[in-house]
Design a binder for this molecule. Sequence first.
Ligand code: G16
Length: 544
Amino acid sequence: MKIETIDSTPYNDQKPGTSGLRKKVKVFQQRHYLENFVQSVFDCLDDCNGKTLVLGGDGRYFNRQAIQIIIKIAAANGFSCLIIGQSGLLSTPAASHIIRKNQAYGGLILSASHNPGGADEDFGIKYNISNGGPAPENYTDAVFKHSQTITQYKLADIPDVDLETIADVQLENLQIRIIDPVSDYAELMASIFDFELLKNSLSSGKISLVFDAMHAITGPYAKRILEDILGAKAGSVINGTPLEDFGGGHPDPNLVYAKELAELMFSDHAPTFGAASDGDGDRNMIVGANFFVTPSDSLAILAANATLIPAYKNGLSGVARSMPTSQAVDRVASALNLPCFETPTGWKFFGNLLDADKITLCGEESFGTGSNHVREKDGLWAVLFWLNLIAKKEQSVAEIVQEHWQKFGRDIYSRHDYDAVDSTIANGIFDHLRALLPTLEGQSFGEYTVSYADEFSYTDSIDGSVSSQQGMRIGFANGSRMVFRLSGTGTVGATLRIYIERFEPDASKHGQDAQQALAQLIELAEQFCQVKQLTGRVAPTVIT
Ligand code: G16
């Protein structure tokens, strides 16, 4: 195989965010941009020679072209086996599973997750390590550093690979395996959940469902598993064909962007269960008939009921949540006497805890839940978990949630996002908060007395690594909390996130609207950060 060394000049903006490098497609299409980054990823690995790499993406615009480029760079860097999803497709959780199942060295996942796709929209790439999870920060920091000085990359002189045909192809020392992206993942799901019970409930129509794949990667996975294997009515999966631009939509599963689903679920002819997933299939939104489940509650409910699921019938070793996620799961952990960990935002922080079997389930407020079955959050897994619970408990989504609140109390929760804020203003807000926090402890604001105010810093209990500046948090004596954080996944300006929660033990008040119940805290948050005043905005871009 002829290997060329191509001279290049470095870019200074290849710093991976919360989950890989995400930029506009046009940025990735700049000369040598993708090549530099991929070569930097490989240069920072110990040795790629003779190793196996998994490759696939969410099918967004530029996915196919990027895969052909990466194949040539991987071949030139000595990988001996590339496992690639047919048509270049792999959901993020399926990629994680395929890395683990094949004991691959790692994988490159091409996705900008829930960000829009298309020629003028976003693309992304991230490296996952041999445990199937996102690479840790010390590695992504090294990649960024290297990308700022890189001067050449390697390219194998081989023809483009046929990505459409499932086959094993040998190119001299390199084996290229084009695999069915769904079958391994479907098998894994069948090993976790009670598929017989699900088949009975779904094929008989006892449980009716609508799953919105948002024209993203989960379409083929959901159709195969929910409709073909479990017998849900044909058409239960909507927007099921992956499109390069997600049909012009925003593949972020919330009530604003999954509009078709939301309208149906809050109508008179809502099915028993509704769900949606995002661009790359790792997020999930769960909705019952006229009832929305917050991701934080969802995590707590899955933890509280886990022993009803075959794979978790012997109980959990522990649970974890990201810092801004509500404290609902903490209450379950405390009742079940389970260890509960609080990590910074980003799935990569769960990896060590899962590997060490300190936790079995984990989740985030950002519509992510998962378990030790892979090392990514997993949208369809959460959907199957909920369906399994509904079938087993013979209750509706609303009944399951209300019963949970009665037992544990309700952590009323909301997140307010201000998108595309001018970066200078956003940094100013955080400088101001950083100065304000040390003055707050002990101060009272109406019924809220500040018991702590700090900037979250995390020390990994397994490897001792420290991640600082992970969001500002203000806790109150009555257990309420607010958190301010800058998103690490946006590509335009800065996205400011404000997370607000209040604990309500009184069951007669559990029916309250979250925005009303949190109104005082929402006002207090504005008093502290002044985002509306400084940006001139009158309301958040998205409220979840
Ligand atoms: C990514 C990470 C998640 C994290 C989320 C936060 O999600 O994988 O673990 O919770 O980012 O995003 P932000 O920094 O914008 O708040 P995804 O689904 O985009 O990969």
